[in-house]
Design a protein around this ligand. Structure first.
Ligand code: ADP
Ligand code: MG
Length: 510
């Protein structure tokens, strides 16, 4: 937690009653925001909540349909980013667009070079450009030769140059939309040091991130948006992480996200949907026993390379076991390929959604319909209307944020792509769903929703095999946890086990 800021100050920038629609669909509904001088303010919300839209309104990229903006008490209405910049509102966008082949000074001033007077024919005033570039960088505690090529400096320094480019010397507000997504831990630390320094100079800083720990590391205040609406504004010290997640997701998640979820009750005597006996493959996996009953979530825990994905592949017909046997509902089966497994009611959501999962050029609708279509065969194609109905049903059920089901899936956020993949396999109405890292690389609120969905499916009787590197997730929603180490199953833990128990088993001498 950072030291307590003085909140008594009046906001330097305030927005009230902001509305913005795109093609009749509201993206912002009655949103407010107040930034005080000398504060770091986190703007939080799930993907699609409206954060970027609000920032674009603030910086003149979009014009609000209605609402009011005041800067130092004066009503403003910037019509372009340049105008916003002139007013003292500077922005660093998610994608930093710098030119490695230009000098540092050129990167900072390209498009808005200082000019000499009429006597010199309004030539670019290079001496002033260099001087101002040095002054801007000095403000960030960066002391480099501004005539050198940008490419001669590290990513962290380049990020500072991007901030220097955004910051005019007279900036009062600095806005950063996910500035840390491509930085490593040390680079994030140095960025935060700079933000604190700028805060100390009285700048108001608005900061968007997906990483909760970063929010608490630097922010004084937090504003939360949900579905385009304003949820609230808090001092960071007054909003514990659980309450923040609840505000973002809109449900009471306090009990869930720490400790153990309320698990669906399962019939211990029920016949397993899938049972593996001593299934293995030379060089890939030592023989493993595993059973999953209806309504049961079985977690597969282990470190990277422990054999979790290999086991999933053997169970799903993606790899051929060279020992052991499989049965579905007590009947022996062999899967020559995944299609066999799908016919027996299995589904596998793969780990690499970019390479094995989504087809980026196809629409959300086509991506969702893919597995069901494959299962039905070419002679029984789903009509476009059927595909649309199917996709719309899952968009609603899983809360997928998209303009339409015809949007190319590549344009959706990671969390929404992951939900679409889940939808693809749920559409086949599987009896056993294998999920390989379904929460990797998605934001914290989307993780919660995916895990809620897994429990909901289990409650409906689906058997689930859940693979995740996030041990807290595995212990939270699993009825049983099968632990793998060095391509061997080393034990099983019951529901209610804690993360330490899993790590102990992983670390134990064999
Ligand atoms: P966030 O940054 O919080 O993830 P966004 O502001 O990008 O959210 O999006 C909010 C909503 O507005 C989403 O439903 C998104 O699809 C929609 N949206 C954003 N920009 C546009 C646009 N240019 N045209 C149509 N819809 C948009
Ligand atoms: Mg955004």
């Amino acid at each position: 937690m950072t030291e307590a800021p003085a909140f008594s100050q009046a906001p330097v920038l305030s927005l009230t009653g902001i509305h913005k629609q795109f093609n009749g669909v509201p993206a912002l509904r009655d949103v407010a925001l107040a930034l005080r001088p000398g504060e770091i303010h986190a703007l939080m919300g799930q993907n699609g909540a409206g954060k970027s839209t609000l920032i674009k309104v603030l910086t003149g990229v979009y014009t609000a349909d209605s609402g009011e903006m005041r800067l130092a008490g004066r009503a403003i209405r910037p019509a372009s980013p340049l105008e916003a910049q002139r007013l003292g509102i500077s922005t660093v966008y998610q994608e930093v667009n710098l030119c490695p082949n230009l000098s540092v000074a050129e990167n900072i001033f390209s498009g808005r070079y200082p000019r000499c007077g009429p006597a010199q024919g309004f030539r670019i005033d290079w001496a002033k450009a260099r001087r101002d570039a040095r002054a801007l960088l000095a403000r960030l505690e960066v002391d480099i030769d501004v005539t050198q090529l940008l490419s001669s400096y590290s990513v962290a320094v380049q990020q500072m140059v991007a901030i220097a480019r955004a910051l005019g010397l007279s900036s009062t507000v600095l806005i950063l939309d996910e500035p840390t997504s491509s930085l490593d831990d040390d680079e994030v630390k140095s960025l935060f040091a700079v933000l604190r320094r700028l805060r100390g100079e009285g700048l108001a800083i608005l900061f968007v991130t997906h990483f909760l720990n970063q929010v608490y590391a630097v922010s004084d205040r937090i504003t939360v948006l949900r579905n385009g609406g304003w949820v609230g504004e808090w001092a960071a010290a007054d909003l514990p992480p659980q309450a923040l997640i609840s505000a973002m997701v809109g449900r009471e998640l306090a009990a869930q996200a720490t400790g153990h979820a309320q698990l669906p009750v399962i019939d211990e005597a029920a016949r397993p949907v899938l049972e593996a006996q001593a299934i293995g493959q030379a060089g890939q996996l030592q023989p493993v026993d595993l059973r999953v009953r209806p309504g049961e979530v079985v977690g597969l825990a282990g470190l990277l390379g422990s054999g979790r994905t290999e086991l999933a592949r053997l169970l799903f017909g993606l790899a051929a076991p060279d020992c052991g046997s499989l049965s579905v509902d007590g009947v022996a089966v062999t899967f020559a390929n995944p299609a066999d497994a799908v016919r027996h009611g299995l589904a596998l959501c793969p780990e690499e959604r970019k390479t094995d999962g989504i087809v980026a050029e196809l629409s959300l609708r086509e991506n969702i319909a893919l597995a069901l279509q494959a299962r039905r065969g070419v002679r029984n194609t789903l009509s476009r209307a059927e595909q649309t109905a199917l996709a719309e049903r899952f968009v609603k059920a899983l809360g997928i944020k998209t303009a339409s089901v015809d949007t190319p899936i590549g344009l959706l956020s990671g969390g929404n792509q992951q939900k679409a993949l889940l939808a693809r396999w749920l559409a086949t109405e599987p009896r056993l769903l294998i999920l390989d890292e379904p929460t990797r690389g998605i934001d914290v609120a989307a993780k919660q929703e995916i895990m809620d969905e897994i429990l909901r499916l289990a409650r409906g009787g689906m058997a689930v095999l859940f693979i995740s590197s996030e041990m807290n997730e595995v212990v939270r929603i699993s009825h049983r946890i099968a632990v793998l180490r060095e391509r061997r199953k080393v034990g099983e833990l019951p529901a209610g086990s804690d993360e330490d128990a899993v790590y102990e088993l992983i670390a134990a001498e064999s």
